[in-house]
Design a binder for this molecule. Structure first.
Ligand code: NAD
Length: 387
């Protein structure tokens, strides 16, 4: 069939198999062009099919020559419905890795469940023995715990409501969006879904099954961002969950100190992914940030970020680059004073009339479409494809 994008607000309900393949290949090419990284050789990536997790897996395999196991949660195609992008991405990744003689297996299922943890442990035992790097890159709006309880996260402020400029993606206008404040229950549920509890469960399950190598490293991802978005991110419900994630890193390192296991949080740059485009205010911030960072020639996508993280900040010649707050930072260029000053200057004056001139809306949409395999160079979108 001929696959076209069907965009509804911040989501696209179709994905192009050939375009997704081209996207993964271009990320692989980026890593292969760069120097090899002296990193671990047996890597587990939880949340491996899109965004930062996929880029981490590509860096591990094609940059470090690692065997990888990836866990993801995506839908296969059915009838006239295409699969979700992560499904096509993972299929391509497995194929490309195997072509290069790299071990690669992927498990599609709910990473929060005991069943998937057990499947992964079994696979490690059979094929790899142990793992020495665990990347935890889940972004999910909900989690079902082992006792069957469903938790749904909320994107809300804590304390008071917050109103800020917002880019209406449907009609390219700038208006205001108000985020309301969360109840105690909503805060707790967001921490339950996006905090560190499941990361810790994974590490305990791997360690108990003796599939975690001595001196293994585990890393999970976070975001802080500028003061502008503090009420909705850093100081909101999601920020509370990220604080829990950071605390979990400390407790995992402490718990497994005798095995030399170290857990880190890496604070990454704001980028268009399925998770971030769903947050109000953030798309406008992203498109202004893209404009400023591209003009300064320091813009990066997920793959550039993850390559730099592993090559320079984790497995570089100078050792692990922990900052004063105890975390790794590849948001360093985003947070540079000159970058943030310019973003704020633009933010003050941006409105519906000057939006297209002051923000990189085109760059935003290009990233958005490419996430679903559209607008990739060299892909014939008029051709019939097998979904
Ligand atoms: P994403 O939506 O692109 O990727 C999420 C991944 O998790 C996908 O592979 C998906 O299949 C998987 N997943 C979701 N629910 C799952 C489940 N129940 N079981 C198994 N797999 C599941 O998101 P992303 O933006 O790459 O986010 C990854 C991490 O990076 C998150 O912790 C996020 O907060 C963080 N981060 C994102 C940004 C950003 O701007 N996008 C910035 C800094 C940090």
């Amino acid at each position: 069939m001929i696959v076209e994008p069907k965009v509804k607000g911040f989501i696209c309900t179709t994905a192009h198999p050939v375009g997704c393949k081209a996207n993964v290949i271009s990320q692989i090419d980026y890593v292969k062009k760069n120097e090899k990284i002296a990193g671990p050789k047996r890597v587990l990536v939880i949340g491996a099919s899109t965004g930062y997790g996929l880029a981490s897996r590509i860096t591990a395999a094609f940059g470090m020559g690692a065997s990888t196991i990836g866990v993801y949660f995506d839908k296969e195609a059915s009838g006239k419905r295409t699969a979700t992008p992560g499904f096509y991405n993972t299929r391509t990744f497995d194929e490309m890795a195997q072509n290069e003689g790299l071990y690669s297996k992927s498990i599609n299922g709910d990473a929060f469940s005991l069943e998937i943890k057990e499947q992964v442990i079994q696979l490690i035992k059979e094929d790899l023995g142990q793992v020495d790097l665990v990347v935890y890159s889940l972004a999910s709006p909900r989690r079902t715990t082992a006792d069957g309880t469903n938790y749904v996260s909320a994107l809300k402020t804590i304390g008071s409501d917050f109103t800020q400029k917002n880019w209406n993606l449907r009609d390219n206008t700038i208006s205001e969006a108000t985020l309301t404040s969360a109840t105690e229950e909503e805060i707790a549920n967001t921490v339950k879904v996006m905090g560190g509890e499941d990361w810790s469960d994974w590490m305990n399950a791997l360690a108990d099954a003796d599939v975690l190598a001595d001196n293994a490293i585990t890393v999970a991802y976070s975001y802080i961002g500028p003061k502008l978005t503090y009420p909705i991110y850093h100081e909101g419900t999601i920020g509370r969950a990220k604080q829990h994630l950071a605390d979990t890193a400390v407790s995992i390192s402490h718990q497994y100190a005798d095995k030399g296991i170290k857990a880190f949080v890496s604070v990454n740059k704001a980028l268009v992914t399925q998770a971030s485009s769903a947050i109000p205010v953030v798309p406008l911030y992203l498109s202004v940030l893209y404009k400023v960072m591209k003009e300064k020639d320091i813009h990066e996508g997920c793959i550039e970020q993850m390559y730099r993280l592993f090559a320079d900040k984790v497995f570089g010649t100078d050792g692990i680059q922990i900052e004063a707050d105890g975390m790794l930072h590849v948001d360093d260029w985003e947070m540079r004073e000159d970058v943030q000053n310019e973003v704020m200057e633009i933010w003050e004056k941006i409105d519906t009339e000057n939006l297209l001139e002051l923000a990189d809306t085109e760059g935003y949409w290009l990233d958005f479409y490419q996430m679903f395999g559209f607008k990739m160079d060299g892909v014939d979108y008029s051709a019939d494809v097998e979904v």
